[in-house]
Design a protein. Structure first.
Lengths: 285, 303, 112
């Protein structure tokens, strides 16, 4: 089962929840946590695992074959992304702008732009106690997160069986990267906080899961820091369950700041996480 | 001629990580400037500045970016070549005819170019809306809203910033305050482009420090003056010290350090800026911060 | 030498546009002929991605030898300009085109 943990807004506690939930599941289940926020992966700051494997991830980009090129200019004409530019008698290629659509390569009349692998980031797989942890990181300057996210999800499918719970720590926002994650999820947990910002961005996140027709539930983080009535009412009318409410206190914020697990030290948090866990296990049966 | 266009100073508030208080701080700076400022919300993915500034959405227009393939079913002969060349699995056979899945289509135009029946065209994609408003503080504000699943390209951010500059010049405003995009990708690059000062908001958490370093790499690339605000500095004194060591090592000015204070959230819950809600506590700190910021901006640029 | 400026307007009195890829205009000064011409680049607003290389290509077509700008181009654009052999001078954002040209002659601008 693939479970995505997402939120419209950044900083709502997505990563904290992912890491703590993974540790709780690991007490009795096979679990893998994947940090799919490939632009800013942060889960790894909370886990100290032993490396299992590590590898460079590639995307395919065209490479200019000068000897056969007739400089007809077709490649730069067909590239919608300005990733191929002709300068006098030279063809320049900009890997970060390339979407790997193969148009220039396959429409080149002299086959002078073969597609070759090019590094876009790294995938690391490690194990911290009973938690398998997979993290992908996009190289700085690379603009497209989606291909790396897709490859990471593929890696999970190849290395873990049906009975392993796969937790996806999603990127923030409602743009393509988060869509790619949610598309591949069976169930989505939306993390919010009881502030006007949290509520506003929750509405966007709910719109997203509805558009993709995915079952979802809400977890309210920093519960008590403001009135949650509106959020609860909204979830009710949207037919989305509120699974848990994690209290707001300074002790939790301090544990988080040092990168420590929270539920093992704060019993109320454990109680709330148990509710999420039970809901998910019930869904699965 | 554009008189003194470059007398306008642009301050961009950014933070790699979400939830550090970036928007609240940007709104406070805006509030303190009264109507003598233009505000810009470049966090178009999860735009929240309007919740504090209460803009009137007076002017709006559709925003187009990128393209999307469209198959004219009357002309389509169902040969399937489009689906074959598409690398994004965006074209599927549905009830005997081919159709484009908008969420998968990258707009590369490959299918359009090779369709033997010329049944496919690339159409401009409406990805969001763009607004110019007056706000409750008297300042004008430029903001935008992206559709679900739309790609937050640098283009919408660039458009928001261009309009902001145009307004500032037209109304004779000297300051622009930008609520920057999160992350370190293309939209942040657009948020920073052309700025006079980058205010990096961070917090003393492992993630906060990590993302501060990433965002500073970017700021440095643009050679923009940079200052830093440490929010909730007393949450973890050890990491706060690490942040300060990083700032000193890179000659980044510490503009201010705010304590962990529930009033920060309480202000948001009343849809107020911190400077309105807590005039003497956090408000005083933010006012001091703003003064340092303006001093920094007016320091002569080294030639 | 042909000297190009990223600018906000079309004359010597216009301000330098600090941006490269999304500059409003290029002003091109041909030193040997003493002519100044303006090239509108504002249609670049319609490009979602790759504004830098596209603009750099335009500069190449204008046969510029030197570029005077504000912040300096990003990595992709800088690569095109380098291939095209165009020298880049930055830090002119608070100047008019006229002032920027003088600063360039007096070697006060930073070479990129």
């Amino acid at each position: 089962m693939n479970i995505a943990i997402a939120s419209g807004k950044g900083g709502t506690g997505k990563t904290t929840l992912s890491v703590n939930l993974a540790a709780l599941f690991a007490e009795e289940r096979k679990i893998v946590l994947a940090d799919l926020d490939v632009e800013e992966p942060n889960s790894g700051l909370f886990l100290q695992g032993d490396p299992v494997s590590e590898g460079v991830r590639y995307k395919y980009i065209p490479e200019w074959e000068e000897s056969t090129c007739t400089l007809c200019g077709e490649c730069q004409k067909v590239c919608n992304f300005h990733a191929v530019i002709q300068l006098a008698s030279q063809i320049m290629i900009f890997p970060e702008l390339c979407h790997s659509c193969y148009t220039c390569s396959e429409l080149c009349p002299t086959d002078s732009l073969p597609m070759i692998p090019q590094r876009m980031g790294m995938l690391k797989h490690s194990k911290d106690g009973m938690i398998d942890f997979v993290e992908s990181r996009l190289d700085i300057g690379q603009e497209q997160a989606v291909p790396l996210i897709a490859q990471t999800i593929e890696y999970l499918g190849e290395h873990f069986g049906e009975n392993t719970i796969k937790l996806f720590d999603s990127p923030p926002g409602t743009a393509c990267p988060v869509i790619e994650v949610i598309k591949n999820a069976d169930f989505v947990i939306l993390v919010t906080e009881p502030t006007p910002f949290g509520f506003h961005d929750l509405k966007l996140a709910v719109e997203t899961v509805k558009e993709l027709k995915k079952p979802a539930a809400v977890v309210i983080n920093r519960y008590g820091s403001g009135p949650a009535d509106e959020i609860i009412e909204f979830c009710h009318t949207s037919d989305i369950a509120v699974l848990a409410s994690i209290p707001n206190n300074r002790r939790i914020a301090e544990l988080y700041s040092g990168g420590e697990l929270i539920y093992t030290k704060v019993p109320e948090v454990r109680t709330e996480l148990e509710k999420i866990k039970n809901h998910i296990l019930k869904q699965w049966k | 001629m554009e008189i003194g266009a470059n007398d306008i100073k642009e301050i961009v508030v950014i933070s790699g990580k979400g939830g550090t208080g970036k928007t609240s701080i940007a709104a406070s700076f805006g509030y303190l400037s009264g109507d003598d400022v233009i505000m810009a919300d470049c966090d178009v993915d999860a735009a929240d500045l309007h919740l504090l500034m209460k803009p009137d959405f007076a002017y709006s227009e559709d925003f187009y970016s990128g393209e999307l393939a469209f198959i004219d079913s009357d002309k389509c002969t169902s040969c399937g070549e489009c689906a074959e060349v598409c690398r994004f699995d965006a074209i599927t056979l549905r009830n005997g005819s081919y159709a484009v899945d908008a969420l998968n289509c990258e707009g590369c135009g490959y299918c359009t170019r090779i369709c033997p029946a010329s049944a496919i065209s690339n159409i401009k994609q409406q990805v969001g809306r763009f607004y110019i408003s007056s706000t409750r503080t008297g300042a004008n504000m430029v903001h935008a809203r992206l559709n679900i699943g739309a790609d937050n390209s640098g283009k919408l951010v660039a458009k928001v910033k261009n309009e902001t500059k145009r307004l500032a010049a037209a109304y004779g405003r000297k300051t622009i305050i930008v609520d920057g995009s999160p992350g370190v990708g293309c939209p942040v690059v657009s948020s920073l482009s052309g700025a006079d000062l980058a205010v990096m908001v961070t917090e003393p958490t492992k993630a906060g420090l990590h993302d501060l370093k990433r965002i500073y790499e970017l700021v440095q690339k643009f050679r923009i003056k940079a200052g830093c605000i440490i929010n909730k500095y007393d949450l973890n004194p050890e990491i706060s010290e690490q942040i300060r060591i990083f700032l000193r090592g890179n000659n980044i000015r510490e503009l201010g350090a705010f304590p962990y204070d529930e009033k920060f959230t309480m202000a948001i819950n009343q849809a107020k800026t911190i400077v309105e809600y807590d005039r003497s506590g956090l408000g005083r700190l933010i006012r001091a911060c703003r003064e340092t910021m303006h001093l920094m901006i007016n320091e002569k640029q080294m030639l | 030498m042909i000297v190009a400026f990223t600018s906000k307007g079309k004359g010597w009195g216009s301000m330098i546009d600090p941006r490269f890829g999304r500059t409003d205009y290029f002003l091109v000064y041909d030193e040997s002929k003493d002519t100044l011409s303006a090239h509108d680049n504002r249609q670049i607003e319609n490009e979602a991605h790759g504004a830098g290389p596209k603009t750099a290509q335009l500069l190449f077509k204008l046969e510029a030898d030197v570029l005077i700008t504000g912040n300096g181009p990003g990595g992709n654009a800088a690569a095109v300009l380098e291939k095209a052999g165009i020298k880049i001078f930055t830090g002119a954002q608070s100047f008019t085109v006229n002032e920027a040209y003088r600063a360039y002659q007096e070697e006060k601008l930073q070479e990129f």
